[in-house]
Write a protein that binds this ligand. Structure first.
Ligand code: ADP
Ligand code: GLC
Length: 485
């Protein structure tokens, strides 16, 4: 029997992306399809989404969705059904999905994403003619209220379907003051400690976690970490109380988009058998960033420039990196102070450090295909995708030992090197000495050509496709649907 799943996400490749959530939401339908799952994705109708979706058919109207008129548009993307919530009062604005052009969160984000959740609950609950779903899968706080609406305010005559809440990042919870509650059009019973109330206000992610039948996160290590205060960000008690209903399913990578052999963005495509061709990509990257050639490794960073990603500590170790003969190319945007810090480092080390502030998908591919190593010193990392792309592209990951980074990179310690299984370098903490020593180790490894090639080849041969994780999600859906009947 084919199960019909509604996947609800605030971003999805190739329509709109600000981070890894989009990669995952975009890849999931094809990942579960081979296992008898028909997945439909619901996404907000931002201008970029409406423009890329092309011809779409209106299949439902809301006169007032939390105060704004809205319609549901239906189209197909890569053979899968895609639904778009076209609510101009909420989504027809330029800027990022969550912030205005100055980087400030939209003042009405709570209402925008509550409405998104309300629409998803109507759809999963059977209120939209022609749509039928067996389960609702919500991603992150922006989609989480869908589960709360399904539980506390299902559509009249609606069907109760089970729900899965996936946490891609516990640091973003969608927390709002209690004064929001009356605007949500939820019954009073929803205002409780096991409902939407969270620390005296309304917690979107918390409400989703309370209302979901199973909570998943995107790596086994992070699933364990969020039981502790350091990573649980106030919700560790709730996570612990859900016991074995909190599971970690590792993200995969979409080989249709991330394959060095077929990547149209690479000047010189290559594979594990033609690794020598990579050199041309490195030369092109050096030229693009105006770097001098050198015999040390070319490090890359492709990241949001934030505290989570440890970018403040990376700034401190750049002189050390250059002092040992390393060079760096960085692509990212985020905190204004960090952006300024990296631009300053580039000015201090001309020809050795190149910095691009901004977001550039094609350049990110060229950096994975031309850099020697990718630096990811995150303080916490639910899964992380850039280390997986690095592995696939022979761009050796140098990571902090946390969350999904710990689960996917095998540190080049003596045991792993002698067994021939290492794929990268893990830093033991996110502070100056841990990172400086990881960089020193990486540069020493790089100078041993055969050891370095081994690292590259091991990573390229490792399987981080969606195969196993697609099956894990499919099995989870099937077990919850079975449990519900
Ligand atoms: P997160 O979602 O926490 O930012 P992930 O590693 O899961 O971290 O995903 C980040 C995604 O965004 C990757 O696909 C990465 O290549 C991409 N990315 C991050 N910053 C940039 C940038 N400045 N330009 C292009 N792509 C970027
Ligand atoms: C979040 C996390 C990242 C994860 C991504 C996709 O943005 O920060 O670690 O890879 O979601 O699940």
């Amino acid at each position: 029997m084919t199960l019909s799943i509604l996947s609800v996400a605030s971003e999805a490749v190739p329509l709109i992306k600000t981070g890894g959530l989009a990669d995952v939401a975009g890849a999931l339908p094809a990942a579960v399809a081979p296992h008898g799952i028909a997945m439909t994705t619901l996404i907000p109708g931002y201008p970029a989404v409406l423009a890329k979706a092309g011809k779409a058919k209106a299949i439902h109207n809301w006169d007032s969705l939390l105060g704004e008129p809205a319609r549901l548009l239906s189209t197909k993307l890569d053979g899968q059904l895609l639904l778009i919530l076209d609510a101009p009062g909420f989504f027809a604005r330029e800027g990022s999905p969550y912030q205005d052009g100055t980087g400030k969160d939209w003042a009405d984000n709570a209402r925008r994403f509550a409405a998104f959740g309300r629409a998803a609950a109507d759809m999963a609950g059977g209120a939209v003619k022609g749509l039928r779903f067996d389960l609702l899968h919500a991603h992150d706080w922006q989609a989480a209220m869908a589960l709360a609406y399904l539980r506390f305010a299902p559509p009249a005559g609606g069907k109760a379907v089970p729900g899965v809440m996936t946490i891609h990042n516990m640091a973003f919870q969608g927390w709002y003051p209690a004064s929001l509650f009356p605007q949500l059009q939820l019954p009073r019973t929803a205002w409780s400690i096991d409902g939407v109330e969270s620390y005296g206000g309304v917690g979107f992610l918390k409400a989703g976690m309370e209302s979901a039948h199973v909570i998943t996160t995107v790596s086994p290590s992070y699933a364990a970490e969020i039981r502790q205060a350091e990573f649980g960000m106030g919700l560790e008690g709730l996570v612990a109380s859900r016991g074995d209903r909190v599971i970690g399913i590792l993200n995969g990578i979409d080989a249709a988009l991330w394959n060095p052999e077929t990547d149209p963005d690479l000047p010189e495509p290559f594979s594990v058998k033609t690794l020598a061709r990579r050199r041309a990509n490195k030369r092109a990257l050096e030229a693009e960033f105006g770097l001098e050639p050198g015999d040390g490794p070319l490090f890359t960073v492709i990241s949001r420039l934030t505290w989570q990603k440890g970018m403040d500590v990376l700034l401190e170790v750049l002189d050390h990196l250059v002092g040992l003969g390393g060079r760096l190319v960085l692509l990212g945007s985020g905190d204004a102070e960090m952006e300024a810090g990296f631009l300053d480092a580039a000015a201090r080390h001309p020809g050795k450090i190149g910095v691009r502030i901004g977001y550039d998908e094609a350049l990110s591919h060229r950096m994975q295909g031309g850099g020697d190593a990718i630096l990811i010193p995150s303080r916490f990392e639910p899964c992380g995708l850039t280390q997986l792309y690095g592995l696939a592209y022979g761009c050796v990951p140098v990571v902090a030992r946390t969350g999904g980074l710990a689960d996917t990179v095998i540190d080049a310690n003596i045991a792993a090197l002698s067994a021939g299984v290492a794929t990268g370098v893990q830093a033991n903490g996110v502070h100056y000495h841990a990172l400086a020593s990881a960089i020193s180790r990486t540069i020493a490894l790089y100078r041993n050509r055969s050891a370095w090639q081994r690292l590259q080849k091991n990573g390229m041969k490792a399987d981080f496709s969606w195969g196993a994780s697609g099956l894990a999600y499919a099995n989870l859906y099937a077990s919850l649907v079975k449990e519900a009947v």
